[in-house]
Design a protein. Structure first.
Length: 293
């Protein structure tokens, strides 16, 4: 019992001796936590003003993580003054290496996300196509890129896949070219057909005059001469689709007014003697062919 009493007394004395350090460590923790919150909030506000929301959120989060690690080391140094800070840093380094192997995929996505935010091949609000997945960029964080599809769904794509894939950014530039193919009758005046189409395009709201629309003959079709109508519009999907609809309507009305036909598909059947005999039947009449069928 005396041994137990001495042990308890020693623990009590050690705890009493540590109370001032615990109090100081608690104060450092609270003050540091508040200071980190204010600093990160200010940093995110400045980054949002200079870049975009995703960039501010990600790098604000990274800065907060670094500051929290530094605060933890500072509190540990206050409470446990006998512990060597170099030993704490070495321990953190060992844990970091172990975590890098255990969470390799997560760290790859984190690095890819950071590179995407720094290099900025696209930003929030851009409309992109990644490996056949297309939509509007809603968010880029340290793990994934989120796309809102044009039909109101969401793709969540790991940043590694985005970084390693070819990305088509539809809204990288303010304007975008669209092509519409139209066929005209072989007997039509081709120069007149191109002129009528260009006049119609120039009247469509949303078709840019600079660069000017173009009309090129591109193919001898099965039943028509094919004209490629090229014009420039705003880059966003909704604008492209709206103008495309109006272009098709305007060209069809202009051709109707000018008497230029847009022919239906035409097929020519070559009835060779053997085929004709098979259709007519052995007695040379179609009715007998039907009876023998």
């Amino acid at each position: 019992m005396p041994e137990v009493t001495r042990s308890a007394t020693g623990m009590a004395e050690g705890l009493l001796a540590a109370l001032p350090r615990l109090a100081v460590g608690l104060v450092v923790l609270v003050v540091g936590w508040v200071a980190i919150g204010l600093a990160v909030r200010l940093l995110r506000r400045r980054l949002t003003a200079r870049r975009d929301h995703s960039f501010a959120q990600v790098f604000g989060g990274l800065a907060k993580g670094v500051l929290l690690v530094a605060l933890t080391l500072a509190v540990a140094a206050v409470i446990f003054p006998s512990v060597n800070p170099a030993s704490l840093l070495a321990g953190v380094g060992v844990l970091s290496i172990a975590a890098s192997f255990a969470f390799q995929d997560i760290l790859q996505n984190l690095l890819a996300g950071a590179l995407l935010l720094v290099r900025r091949p696209f930003e929030e609000g851009d409309q992109i196509d990644v490996d056949g997945k297309n939509g509007t960029v809603e968010l880029i964080n340290l793990r994934e890129t989120q796309l809102r599809t044009f039909d109101g769904q969401r793709y969540v794509i790991p940043n590694t896949d985005v970084y390693q894939s070819a990305v088509l950014v539809h809204t990288a530039f303010p304007t975008r070219r669209t092509s519409v193919l139209v066929g005209v009758d072989y007997d039509a005046d081709l120069d007149e057909a191109c002129k009528v189409a260009l006049d119609a395009l120039s009247q469509v709201d949303g078709v840019h005059s600079d660069p000017a629309p173009q009309a090129y003959l591109v193919e001898f079709g099965d039943s028509a001469m094919v004209i490629d109508l090229r014009y420039w519009t705003g880059a966003h999907q909704a604008e492209v689709r709206r103008v495309q609809h109006e272009v098709i309507v305007a060209v069809k009305r202009a051709y109707d007014a000018a008497g230029i036909d847009i022919p239906f598909p035409i097929r020519t059947l070559d009835a060779r003697p053997g085929f004709a005999q098979a259709v007519q039947g052995p007695n040379g009449d179609r009715a007998s062919a039907g009876r023998h069928a």
